[in-house]
Design a protein around this ligand. Structure first.
Ligand SMILES: O=P(O)(O)OC[C@H]1O[C@H](OP(=O)(O)OP(=O)(O)O)[C@H](O)[C@@H]1O
Ligand SMILES: Nc1nc2[nH]cnc2c(=O)[nH]1
Ligand SMILES: [Mg+2]
Length: 172
C-alpha cells in the first residue's frame, strides 16, 4: 500500500481470492465488457493485469495483446510509479494515438495512482479492473467487485495453502 501513514497489510482486512473465484470474477467482468466493445486490442498493466487480461482476451476473442509495464509497490509499500515500457507503436496506432478502442486491464485499483498514469497515457481507452477500492474507483470505466479502502486483496498467484490453527487455539 501507500507510503507514510498508510496502514500495513497486517492492519488491513484480508480478502483472499481463490483461482476459481478470480476466474469467475474475470468472466463476469467480460460479460460487462462485451456490452461496451468491440475492442481492437487488450493492454495488460503488468504484472497483476496479465492474468485477467488473458482470461478477458480469451472470452472476447481478442488476439492482439500488449503491455504497459510498471513498477510501484514492493509487496505492500507504494513507491514512485515507474513506467518501464509503454504500448508498442502498432498498438498505439490501433487506438489512434489516444487509446480509442483499446481495452486496458488490471487486477485492481487501490489509490488510483496506476489508473491515473494509464489515463494520462491513453485517455480514450476503456480501463477495466476486476476489483476496485473507493479511492481508485472514479478512474475505472468497468469493474466487478468493490472492496473497502482498508482491505488487502490476496491474489492466488501470491498465496498458497497452509495450515490454519483451530479457532480455540487462537486463530483470528
Ligand atoms: O491504484 P494503485 O494504488 O496504483 O494500486 C493498484 C496497482 O497495484 C498493484 O500492482 P503492483 O504495483 O503491486 O505491481 P504488480 O502488478 O507487479 O504486482 C495492482 O496490480 C495495481 O496495478
Ligand atoms: N495484492 C495486492 N496488491 C495491491 N496493490 C495495491 N493494493 C493492493 C491489494 O489490495 N492487494
Ligand atoms: Mg499491478
Amino acid at each position: 500500500m501507500g507510503s507514510g501513514a498508510e496502514a500495513s497489510v497486517a492492519e488491513r482486512r484480508p480478502f483472499p481470492v481463490s483461482w476459481d473465484q478470480f476466474h469467475r470474477d474475470c468472466r463476469a467482468l467480460t460479460w460487462r465488457l462485451n456490452a461496451v466493445g468491440p475492442f481492437h486490442a487488450v493492454v495488460a498493466i503488468t504484472r497483476g493485469g496479465l492474468v485477467p487480461a488473458a482470461i478477458v482476451a480469451r472470452e472476447l476473442g481478442l488476439r492482439v495483446i500488449d503491455t504497459i509495464c510498471v513498477a510501484s509497490y514492493a509487496h505492500d509499500k507504494q513507491g514512485e510509479l515507474q513506467v518501464l515500457k509503454g504500448v508498442s507503436e502498432q498498438t498505439a496506432a490501433l487506438g489512434g494515438g489516444t487509446g480509442k478502442g483499446l481495452l486496458i486491464v488490471d487486477d485492481l485499483v487501490d489509490t488510483g495512482k496506476t489508473g491515473r498514469m494509464v489515463r494520462d497515457l491513453l485517455p480514450d481507452a476503456h480501463f477495466a479492473t476486476v476489483y476496485a477500492k473507493p479511492k481508485g474507483k472514479p478512474l475505472v470505466d468497468t469493474f466487478i467487485t468493490e472492496v473497502s479502502q482498508d482491505t488487502w486483496i490476496f491474489f492466488p498467484w501470491d498465496t498458497g495453502l497452509s495450515f490454519q490453527p483451530p479457532l480455540k487455539d487462537g486463530a483470528a
